[in-house]
Write a protein that binds this ligand. Sequence first.
Ligand SMILES: [Ca+2]
Ligand SMILES: [Ca+2]
Length: 272
Amino acid sequence: MMRFLRPRILMALSSLPMVATGLDSQEPLRFELIEGSRLAHEWGETDEFCLGGGFVEVPIRGTFDVNLTQRMDSIECRIDAIDFVSTTGPEYRVSGKGVYSEERSLASPTAEPPNWILVEFAVDVSGMDAILSTEPAVTVSAFPAIEVGVATLLLHRRDCFTLGIKAKPIQEDSLRFFRRGDTTGDGRRNVTDAVSVLLYLFMGAEEPSCLDSTDVDDDGIVGITDAIYLLGHLFLGGPFPPLPATFCGLDLTDDPLGCRGQEGCMPWSAEE
Ligand SMILES: [Ca+2]
Ligand SMILES: [Ca+2]
C-alpha cells in the first residue's frame, strides 16, 4: 500500500493544505431533561425519617451545563447552571452544581468501563433548604444519557428528597468524542481511514465530521503526515496514534481543529 501511495504523496507535497477550522472545545455542553425526570418529596410526622407523613412525586423539566475535562485516565464532568422546575403539582425548583468523574486504567483500555460514577450535587429546593448528595457512589446508565438517582435525608425536617433525572445533550452533534485515526468514524482504524485523509486533502472530498480524528499525529494540523503516520502504524509497526486512540475520548491537546462527534462514540467505547 505504501508503494501505491508514494507517487501521489510526492506529487502533492508542494501544495500541502492546512486545515484550521472547528469548534471551541472549551464550550460547555447544554443538556436538557427528558421525560421521566422527577423529584420526589417524602416527609414524616414522627422522629423517624420520612415515615407517617406524606409523599408527592412531581415531574420536572430543565437544563444544566456540563464542562468536560479529559485527563489521561479519567473524564471529569463539571455540572453547572442546574435549573429544574416542577411541571405539575407543588412548585419545586432545583438549582446548583456538581461534579462527577469516570476513571479508567490505561493498563486495560479495552476493558468494560466502570458502571458507577461518583456524583455530588449541591441542590437547593425552593423553601426547603435541601442538600442532595449521591454519596456514596450511584450507578449511572450509559454516558452521556445521564440517569441519576439522588437521595437525601434532612434530619431536622424529617424530609427526604429523591431526584431522578434523565438527560440528553440539546445538540446531538455537540458531543465531541472520537477515536484518533478512525477518520471515517466507523469504529475501525484501517487503510480506508488513511485513504480518506488523502481524498479530503487532495481530491476535494467532503470535510470529515471530526477533524480531530483526522489529525492522526496530533500536531494540530490535518496534513499528509497524518496519513503517513496511520499507514506506518497499520503496516510498519509504528506507534498507536496519541490518545484517544484505542477508545473514544476527547482531545487532550489544545488546537484549532474541531470535532462534531462520531456516531456511537461514547467515552471509553473500545474499538470494534
Ligand atoms: Ca475507520
Ligand atoms: Ca496532523
